[in-house]
Design a protein around this ligand. Structure first.
Ligand code: SF4
Length: 117
């Protein structure tokens, strides 16, 4: 399963890159079973850009605002648990997955791995 395909255009800003990644994502999505949780992701589409940082410096207030917008989408998503579980399983280092950012997921992994202090 290639979860990346859903979010392929999240970190894009340029139109050509966005098009290539959207096409790549569509091809990968076609390979997934119709009932897979990725097909139900609420972040699919143009709003997906808020789930990953832009390819430029992002101020803290911009990051917090972007993440709040992403979390609001996650809060309405029917596959939030599947998404977070997947991100933890693959130790995804970037972006908002299942309503959690990378720092929050690192903390969850420390607990899961029994290394939390
Ligand atoms: S929980 Fe959030 S990141 Fe995960 S699929 Fe749903 S909307 Fe996307």
């Amino acid at each position: 399963m290639n979860r990346f395909s859903i979010f392929a255009c999240k970190s894009s800003n340029s139109a050509p890159r966005l098009l290539v990644e959207a096409l790549w994502g569509a091809l990968n999505m076609a390979a997934l079973p119709d009932d897979s949780w990725e097909h139900k992701a609420a972040c699919r589409g143009p709003q997906s850009t808020v789930f990953f940082p832009p390819p430029r410096f992002e101020r803290k207030d911009e990051k917090l605002n972007r993440e709040a917008r992403a979390r609001a989408i996650c809060a309405q998503c029917s596959v939030k648990e599947d998404c977070l579980s997947y991100a933890l399983d693959i130790r995804e280092p970037h972006g908002i997955w299942g309503g959690a950012n990378e720092a929050e997921r690192r903390q969850m992994l420390l607990v899961i791995d029994g290394q939390a202090v």
